[in-house]
Design a protein around this ligand. Structure first.
Ligand SMILES: Cc1ncc(COP(=O)(O)O)c(C=O)c1O
Length: 427
């Protein structure tokens, strides 16, 4: 019989799995529920990674499990290009209202986040008849060739995978802690227009309202508003990549809602379907309808299990008031982080937007030099305490917190206690 103990599976993993697929933690997960996971030896962990922002409603939420089970009993796959089904259409209807408010919006469903990004760019190019795309340094948009072309960091995502898709240009993302103002970020866009591509050749500007993998850095509302004005003036499609910021992570349903702007398109994935692979593009109807029939889709896009799970996720948001919980978790984490920052010089910055929370480690507070070794130590010590976390930032010196939004106050307190012990052991 195959040995299913952690050490045996870890050894087999080493042997059979390509090393390009890394795991942040050397553990083998056996089961999960709510905000917890258990490894093969029965050790229990508070999961503040949540499948990298996929489990905003927690592991195995009974309403999600129920919806999936019911859907399995009806059918698991049709392919929307063959025949339509109600959960796909209903999920689109609900997202169109959530994103578009009163305006006519339409949706298309795909499978992964990167695929949603790819389709958003296709739709923008089809609508404008232009090819250029502007993304941002420090942005992350997935691991497909177009995804890494848009992504703004070299290691590990771009190195040795080129050449990249052409006509993609990278502007500078505002970052207050590192001294990049909204004006400087906007000037970098102007520099692209001056030196690389005229605005009337640009199909789309794509950005995350809060950098995810790039370090949990929120774009100031004035920057988002300036981008909205600029894109409107030049007929450029404004795409908000809400794959990590979506579904309540930032305390609002979507990250763009902090800036009081209306994007043309948004990409959604991750927490959309509570763990079932499902992604989508939601956007203004006139833009979404640009590609001709057959130009969008994919065999598995909008899989019925994912759509049924997605509908359950949206109901959970209403029933459990998860946006309020997200804000409360953010406040609770920030107050703990601030105490830790006062105590440890190795912490350069702490920040939250809703429950999108991060602690940035530096080797020197005045120069703000990134300290990835300490971030790694803290992650390992936190795991030893029973708390799972992962890093982010182009220098991998930032620890991010992505707990389920229905994590209880007691569990958040417990996580803060574990984090503090991890800091004490590492700094
Ligand atoms: C903002 C953002 N865009 C795109 C992606 C890619 O999603 P996927 O890994 O599902 O392809 C991610 C994944 O982390 C993301 O955070």
């Amino acid at each position: 019989m195959t040995d299913t103990g952690s050490n045996a599976v870890l050894a087999a993993r080493e042997h059979h799995i390509a090393r390009g697929v890394a795991s942040a933690h050397p553990i083998i997960i056996d089961r999960a529920a709510g905000s917890y996971v258990w490894d093969a030896e029965g050790n229990k962990y508070l999961d503040f990674v949540g499948g990298i922002g996929v489990l905003n409603v927690g592991h195995n939420h009974p309403a999600v499990v129920d919806a999936i089970k019911k859907q399995i009993d009806s059918f698991t796959h049709i392919c929307f290009q063959v025949g339509a089904y109600q959960p796909y259409v209903e999920l689109a209807r609900r997202l169109n209202t959530l994103v578009g408010g009163g305006e006519p919006y339409k949706s298309v469903f795909l499978t992964t986040g990167a695929e949603a990004v790819e389709n958003a760019i296709k739709i923008a190019r089809s609508h404008t008849g232009r090819s250029g795309v502007i993304a941002f340094r420090g942005g992350f948009h997935g691991r497909t060739l177009l995804g890494i072309s848009l992504t703004g960091f070299s290691q590990p995502y771009k190195q040795n995978f080129g050449p990249f898709a052409p006509d993609i240009h990278h502007a500078i993302y505002p970052n207050e802690y590192h001294g990049v103002s909204t004006e400087q970020a906007l000037a970098s866009l102007q520099a692209i227009f001056d030196t690389q591509i005229l605005p009337e050749r640009v199909a789309a500007i794509i950005l995350e309202p809060v950098l995810g993998d790039g370090g949990f850095v929120a774009a100031p509302p004035v920057f988002m508003q300036a981008l909205r004005a600029l894109t409107t003036r030049h007929g450029i499609v404004l795409i908000c990549d809400e794959i990590q910021t979506g579904f309540g992570r930032t305390g609002k349903m979507f990250g763009f809602q902090h800036s009081d702007i209306q994007p043309d398109l948004i990409t959604v994935a991750k927490s959309l379907a509570g763990g079932i692979p499902l992604s989508g593009v939601v956007g203004k109807a006139a833009i979404m309808d640009a590609p001709s029939p057959g130009g969008l889709g994919g065999t598995y896009g909008g899989n019925p299990l994912g759509c049924a799970a997605g509908l359950a996720v949206l109901s959970i948001f209403e029933n459990e008031d998860l946006l309020a919980r997200s804000q409360a978790i953010g406040r609770q984490l920030l107050s703990g982080f601030e105490t830790f920052k006062a105590r440890y010089d190795g912490i350069g910055d702490v920040r939250t937007l809703g429950a999108m929370a991060a602690v940035e480690f530096v080797s020197d507070r005045s120069s703000r030099t990134p300290d990835s070794d300490t971030a790694q130590k803290v992650i390992e010590q936190a795991r030893a305490q029973g708390l799972l976390l992962i890093k982010c930032g182009i220098h991998r010196n930032i620890v991010r917190f992505l707990c389920p939004l229905n994590t209880s106050e007691i569990d958040v307190q417990e996580a803060l206690g574990m984090f503090e012990r991890a800091l004490a052991a590492s700094l």
